[in-house]
Design a protein. Structure first.
Length: 198
């Protein structure tokens, strides 16, 4: 499953890099990368906020996190306002992922993916509370934080995220699409060769 996790990451990285290169070339601008070495994350806050799927982070922050943060500041105070904002953001992300997987595979949602995101939101909140409690007086060594973060993300992914991914057969459909594109390119090259040789 570790290899499969890296396969998913590398596939996303390659697909998004190709799309960014095409759009960037078309617009004449360099687009920001979507990942920032997530395998080096030292905490869940680092992983979700600064390293993984940055486009989604930039979308959810102003549309979910900040409005809930502003609202909850009046309810629970500024110190604890990030906690409901984090949970709301992860809840919305879970629902969107459920919708994406339903769209990809037309498989009835099991809500495991939403549970994955809610668990990560709750653990991220626990991390925030602990960081506020120790107030910078103590930190995990970087290598320990990296191992714990990667282990947690992979273990919860195997438990709650990947089963739905496999059930909707997204991996098989993706490989079939890659094969179809490869066949199209091969046919196109042969057609061009025939035209040039004629």
């Amino acid at each position: 499953m570790v290899i499969y996790s890296f396969h998913i990451y590398l596939s996303l990285e390659i697909i998004l890099a190709i799309a960014a290169a095409m759009v960037g070339g078309w617009l004449g601008a360099e687009l920001e990368p979507q990942f920032d070495e997530p395998y080096l994350s030292t905490s869940l806050q680092d992983f979700w906020g600064r390293r993984w799927n940055l486009m989604v982070t930039r979308i959810l922050r102003p549309t979910v996190y900040i409005p809930v943060l502003v609202w909850s500041s009046g309810v629970v105070g500024r110190k604890w306002a990030p906690l409901p904002a984090v949970m709301s953001t992860f809840f919305v992300s879970g629902l969107v992922h459920e919708l994406i997987f339903y769209y990809l595979g037309r498989v009835r949602p099991t809500w495991e993916i939403t549970c994955f995101f809610l668990l990560h939101g709750a653990c991220l909140n626990a991390e925030i509370v602990v960081k506020k409690a120790v107030n910078g007086r103590w930190r995990l060594p970087r290598v320990v934080g990296t191992i714990l973060t990667a282990g947690f993300v992979m273990a919860t992914g195997v438990w709650l995220f990947f089963p739905q991914l496999l059930r909707c057969k997204a991996d098989q459909k993706g490989l079939a699409e890659v094969a179809a594109v490869g066949a199209f390119v091969k046919d196109l090259v042969q057609a061009v060769k025939l035209t040039v040789n004629s």
